[in-house]
Design a protein around this ligand. Structure first.
Ligand code: HEC
Ligand code: HEC
Length: 204
C-alpha cells in the first residue's frame, strides 16, 4: 500500500468507528452494509424473526407492512395508547427518529406466510363465508390487502391472529379498530372466531 492509500484507509477506519459509536444518535446508512434500522432491528428479531418474518405462532410477522402503519403502531405502543401484552414495554424509550428507521427497515423486507398447518375443510368453509360477509370489504383478497391504515392478515402467525380476534371482540375499548370492524366481531361465537382465524391463516 502506498502512503496515500494508507492515509485513505486510516481515514475510512476512523469514520467507521465514529459511525458505529454514534449508532442510536445518527440517521442514515452506517457501515459495512448495515443500515441503522437494521442495527436497531437486532432488538426485535428474537420475537419477530430475522427480517420480521416470524417463526413463532404467537408472534406477528411484520415484514413488508406499510411504513406508515408500522410507524403509527410503534408510536401507539411507545405512548401506551395501544393495547399490548409486551410491546408497550419494548417500545419505551425509542425516539420518534428510531421508530421511523425501524418502520422503514421492516417496510423494505419481504413478507412470507407463516407455514399453514393442515386445513380443516369444515372450519375453512365457515371462515370463508364469514370473511366474505363481514371482513372482505376492508381485508380484501382474503386478507392479503394492506395499506397505511391496515396490515396484511392473510398468512399471519395463527396464534397471534386468534389472540387479536378474541381481544378485539372481548375488550374492544382499548383496541384501535374501525367501528365497522368492532360491530362485525360483536356477537361472533368463539367457534366463528376460530373459523375466521383458520381461514385467514390458511391463505397463500
Ligand atoms: C419479547 C418479544 C418481542 C420483542 C422483543 C418485540 N416484539 Fe413486537 N410484538 C410482540 C408481540 C407479542 C406483539 C403483539 C402485541 C402485544 O401483545 O404486545 C408485537 C407486535 C408488534 C407490532 C404490531 C404488529 C401488527 O400486526 O400490528 C409491531 C409493528 C412490532 N411488534 C414491532 C416490533 C419492533 C420494531 C421491535 C424491536 C424494537 C419489537 N417489536 C420487539 C413481541 C415482541
Ligand atoms: C371497516 C374496515 C374493516 C372491517 C369491516 C374489518 N376490519 Fe379488521 N382491521 C381493519 C383495520 C383498519 C385494522 C387495523 C387497525 C389497527 O390495529 O390500527 C384491522 C385489524 C385487524 C386485525 C389485526 C391485525 C394485526 O396484525 O394486528 C385482524 C386480525 C383483523 N382486523 C381481522 C378482521 C376480521 C376477521 C374481520 C371480519 C370479522 C375484520 N377484521 C373486519 C379494518 C377492518
Amino acid at each position: 500500500m502506498d502512503e496515500r492509500r494508507r492515509a485513505l484507509f486510516r481515514d475510512w477506519m476512523r469514520r467507521l468507528f465514529l459511525a458505529v459509536g454514534m449508532t442510536g444518535i445518527m440517521a442514515g446508512p452506517v457501515t459495512a452494509g448495515f443500515t441503522e434500522g437494521e442495527l436497531l432491528s437486532g432488538a426485535c428479531g428474537g420475537c419477530h424473526g430475522h427480517t420480521g418474518v416470524s417463526r413463532a405462532a404467537s408472534m406477528p410477522s411484520i415484514a413488508g407492512f406499510d411504513r406508515r402503519y408500522l410507524a403509527r403502531v410503534m408510536r401507539e405502543f411507545s405512548t401506551g395508547v395501544r393495547y399490548s401484552t409486551i410491546m408497550g414495554r419494548v417500545m419505551k424509550g425509542y425516539t420518534p427518529q428510531q421508530i421511523n428507521l425501524l418502520a422503514s427497515y421492516y417496510a423494505d423486507q419481504s413478507w412470507e406466510n407463516f407455514p399453514a398447518g393442515p386445513r380443516d375443510p369444515a372450519l375453512f368453509v365457515t371462515g370463508q363465508r364469514l370473511h366474505q360477509a363481514l371482513c372482505e370489504e376492508c381485508h380484501e383478497q382474503g386478507g392479503r390487502y394492506q395499506d397505511r391504515d391496515m396490515p396484511r392478515v392473510a398468512g399471519q402467525a395463527p396464534d397471534y391472529l386468534l389472540m387479536q380476534l378474541f381481544a378485539r371482540r372481548d375488550r374492544p375499548e382499548g383496541m384501535q379498530q374501525p367501528a365497522r370492524m368492532r360491530r362485525a366481531l360483536e356477537g361472533l361465537s368463539d367457534h366463528e372466531l376460530r373459523a375466521l382465524g383458520h381461514y385467514i391463516a390458511s391463505q397463500d
